[in-house]
Design a protein around this ligand. Structure first.
Ligand SMILES: [Zn+2]
Length: 126
């Protein structure tokens, strides 16, 4: 029996394109490692740093790097899921090799495990 995952694939592709746009506004994709995004400093603030401003900007910078890291994780999760369409392993639990439940995939099309192995998902290698 073949499952039809067309809807999940479309959802993943849409999310990937949204994430790419968001990431491109905050960082630069490493040309040698497309899975790695590097936060770029805010280019709008040039010139001599105002001492009163520095603390604020450090905070902005930390926040930006945190945001990029978060988006990067989702970006890589989705890329991984989309690659599975090419290898024919989409919808298969990475731990047990069993089909992932339809409602789990509906809730999270990038899910890597079936419900039974839900808790082990975060231990899987990137
Ligand atoms: Zn499993």
């Amino acid at each position: 029996m073949n499952n039809d995952y067309t809807e999940h694939k479309t959802a993943l592709e849409n999310e990937l394109s949204m994430l790419t746009t968001e990431l491109a506004g905050l960082g630069i994709q490493d040309p040698h490692n497309p899975a790695d995004w590097i936060a770029k400093p805010d280019s709008e603030t040039g010139g001599e740093p105002d001492p009163n401003d520095v603390a604020d900007r450090t905070e902005d910078w930390d926040e930006r790097r945190a945001t990029v890291a978060l988006l990067e994780t989702r970006f890589n999760n989705i890329t991984r899921a989309l690659n599975k369409f090419n290898t024919g392993t989409y919808g298969v639990c990475e731990i047990s090799g069993e089909p992932i439940e339809a409602d789990r995939l509906a809730a999270n099309p990038a899910a890597r495990t079936c419900k039974k192995h839900l808790e082990a998902e975060s231990d899987l290698p990137a």
